[in-house]
Design a protein around this ligand. Structure first.
Ligand code: TYM
Length: 333
């Protein structure tokens, strides 16, 4: 039987966080067992923030290496760079013409970005429509993402439905979001565990990046906000104990020990014990990941061959959908 298609993307901007790893990359790896997976490094999306030439190309290779180190297997799945498959921007233009201005104006990420950004460019506005092109080109069944992308995925579904309804044909598969099953779809900031951990956070003590060294990890986790319960109480309770719950989620996902089991193990222990365990396991986990990262990152010949192969394979699928769209709307002469 033909495997259903999984599609997702990641931007090559800044240093990836443990949130990106748990919310996206760890899922990407697991889904390869059951699905045909297509993963994209969204370099065109990254242009919505000004990028220095060498930084961008380095970041693309860094993120590709992280994906490979996280277990994305280019022999099983397709991994490619968005700008290398021109059908993404071609379909993007067509979908622009099928998207309501008001719907994009309501996107919360857009509103946040224009509030924070000095460089308010049209790309920021168009951002979710390019995501729609990414996803719809591959007749995607499910999209593994973090919670912050839910509104974008809803928009993609609306665009696809509108297009199919106008032409009375199923041109696009209507995709569904796939959130992490072990509470990992929104890893929170360390000092303010009621907001998302974000790589663009100005206060780097809020985030654990995949490149933080042992000492930095130790300091950041030591400062992480818990609560002032007396006696200390290591219980999973997202509403009343967001800091402790966030640490338990991170710990559970990197050790694969269930949250329930962790709660039992830390019964009657204090927050210092929990933090020491988080620190030791994060250091162990990230050191292993980085070792694999450096293996790939130092082998640019291998990376370039994966990039070329990925683009060729992705384009084969993308062309089929774009041709269908051209034929449907009358661009087929
Ligand atoms: P990006 O690069 O911001 O993030 C990549 C993935 O990481 C997830 N994520 C998190 N998950 C849990 N906790 C967090 N704190 C956390 N922070 C980030 C994001 O939800 C995302 O899944 N627009 C996308 C890239 C993209 C894309 C696509 C995604 C381009 N085309 C098509 C899906 C389908 C983005 O900026 O992701």
């Amino acid at each position: 039987m033909k495997k259903k298609i999984i599609f997702s993307g990641i931007q090559p901007t800044g240093l990836l966080t443990i949130g990106n790893y748990i919310g996206a990359l760890s899922q990407w790896k697991k889904l390869q067992k059951k699905y045909f997976c297509i993963y994209c490094i969204a370099d065109l999306h990254a242009l919505t923030i000004f990028q220095k030439k060498n930084m961008l190309s380095n970041n693309i290779l860094d993120v590709l290496s992280i994906c490979l180190a996280s277990g994305i297997n280019p022999k099983k799945s397709i991994i490619f760079i968005q700008s290398h498959v021109p059908q993404h921007t071609q379909l993007n233009w067509i979908l622009n013409c099928f998207t309501n201005f008001g719907a994009i104006r309501r996107m919360t990420q857009f509103k946040e970005k224009i509030y924070l950004n000095k460089n308010i460019n049209v790309g920021l506005f168009n951002y979710p429509i390019l995501m729609a092109a990414d996803i719809l080109l591959y007749q995607t069944y499910k999209i593994p993402v973090g919670k912050d992308q839910i509104q974008h995925i809803e928009l993609v579904r609306d665009i696809a439905n509108r297009f199919n309804n106008i032409y009375g044909k199923k041109i696009f598969t209507i995709p569904k979001k796939k959130l992490h099953e072990n509470y990992g779809s929104c890893i929170m900031s360390l000092l303010s565990p009621i907001k998302k951990m974000s790589k663009s956070d100005n206060n780097k003590n809020n985030i654990i990046t995949l490149f933080d060294n042992d000492l930095t990890i130790r300091k950041k986790i030591q400062y992480a906000i818990t609560d002032s319960d007396n006696p200390p109480n290591i219980k999973f309770d997202l509403k009343n104990k967001p800091g402790i719950s966030n640490l338990l989620i991170i710990l559970s996902n990197i050790t694969e020990i269930s949250i329930q089991k962790l709660e039992c193990n830390f019964n009657n222990k204090n927050y210092y014990d929990l933090k020491e365990f988080v620190i030791n396991n994060l250091c162990l986990f990230l050191n292993k990941l980085r070792k694999k990262f450096f293996f790939y990152r130092q082998n640019e010949i291998l990376l370039k061959s994966i990039i070329i192969d990925g683009a060729q394979k992705a384009e084969k699928y993308a062309k089929i959908t774009l041709e269908k769209v051209y034929n449907t709307i009358g661009l087929d002469i």
